[in-house]
Write a protein that binds this ligand. Sequence first.
Ligand SMILES: NC(=O)c1ccc[n+]([C@@H]2O[C@H](COP(=O)([O-])OP(=O)(O)OC[C@H]3O[C@@H](n4cnc5c(N)ncnc54)[C@H](OP(=O)(O)O)[C@@H]3O)[C@@H](O)[C@H]2O)c1
Length: 359
Amino acid sequence: MQMSKTVALGRTGRSLFPVGLGCMSMSDFYDRPEDRDEQESIATIVEALDAGIQLIDTADVYGNGHNEMLVGKAFRQWREAGGDRDDVILATKFGNVRDGDGNWLGRNGTPEYAQFACERSLKFLDGETIDLYYLHRVDAKTPIEETVGGMARLVEQGKVRYIGLSEASADTLRRANAVHPITALQTEYSLWYREPEREHFAICAQLGITFVPYSPLGRGFLTGNYSKPEDFAQGDSRPSASRFQGDNFAYNLQLAEGIKTLARQLGCTPAQLALAWIMAQGRTGENSEPAHIGAPGDAVRPNILPIPGCKQRGHLRDNIGSVAVELSQSNLATLEQLAPIGWAQGERYAPQGMAAVNL
Ligand SMILES: NC(=O)c1ccc[n+]([C@@H]2O[C@H](COP(=O)([O-])OP(=O)(O)OC[C@H]3O[C@@H](n4cnc5c(N)ncnc54)[C@H](OP(=O)(O)O)[C@@H]3O)[C@@H](O)[C@H]2O)c1
C-alpha cells in the first residue's frame, strides 16, 4: 500500500491514510437485518486495516450496539493476526439515544451520560480503546461546555484519546474547542452537499480540526448505482429524506450521470471520482502539513479525511483506489459546473433529523 499521501489528524501530531472506513451500513439503515452478511462485514474491516486504512468509524446507535460489537470482533481478529493497534484510530460516537427496540429517544450530552455511554461502548468494542470519541449530535438542553467537559474527563481517565463533534455549528465548535482541543468534526459533505464550505472549512482550518466528511458518496447516490427511488430495497431508510424523492431524485440524477460520464473519461469509477473530488478540496497531499492554526481568514481549507461506508470488500478496494486518482484543474472545473454549492435539491434528513443538525 502506497502511503505517500497522508492527512494530519487534528493537532495530535499523527497523520493518517487519506481515506477511512465507515461501518454503519454493516448494521443499520440501508437494508433489513436478514440481508446482512456479518462474515463479509468483518472481512471488509480486516482487509481495510491490512490495506493501511487508519480511521475506522462506528457509533453506539448503529444497530444499537451491533456495529460496535462487529468492529470489536474484527479488531480482535486483526490484532491476533499481528495487526498493530497503535497504528489505527478507532472512532465511535455517543449522544443519540435509542431504547432497546431501537426507537429514537432524542439526544443526551450530559457528562453523566457521556460516562455511561463510553463505558458501554468499551464493552461493545471488546475493550478496544476509543481513540476518537465524537458527540454524535449536540444536545440543545446541555451547554456544549458541559458536554465537552464530561468528554475531557474520559480523556483524563484514559478511556478516550481524542475528542470530536458531529454536525455541530461553527459557533459550537469554537466554544467546544475552548474547553478541550477538538480533533475532528464529522459532518456530511460530498458533491451533493457542500454547505460545510461556507463556514465549517474556515473554522476547522483555523482551529486545526480535521474535517471528516461522512456519507461522502451521497449515501451511495453518487456511485451511479441508483436511477429511481424504487431502486432502494425494502427496509432502506434513505428514501425518507426528500433528496431521494420524486422530482428531487430526478433532478439530482443529473449529477450522478455527470459523475459517471467524467469517471468513464478518466478511467476510474464514479465512487473513486466522488472521493477524489473531496480529497482535492482539502489540504490532503504529498506534503500534507499538520493543520494550520492562524487568524480568521488565514486558511480556508482544513485537512479532510472522508470515511466512505461499505460492507463488501469489492467496494472497499474501489474506494482505496480513489487515492491514486489525480484530478486536473479542468476536471475540478467540470465538477464545479455540474454541482456548485447549494445545487442539489431536497433535504438530507426527514424533518426530525434536520432539526438536530448544525446546532
Ligand atoms: N455522523 C453522522 O451523523 C453520520 C451519518 C451517516 C454516516 N456516518 C458515517 O459515515 C460513513 C459513510 O456514510 P454512509 O455509509 O452513510 O454513506 P456513503 O459512504 O456516502 O455511501 C455508502 C453507500 O455507498 C455504497 N458504496 C460504497 N462504496 C461503493 C463503491 N465503491 N461503489 C458502489 N457503491 C459503493 C455502499 O454500499 P455497501 O454498503 O453495499 O458496500 C453504501 O450503500 C458511515 O458508515 C458512518 O460511519 C456518520
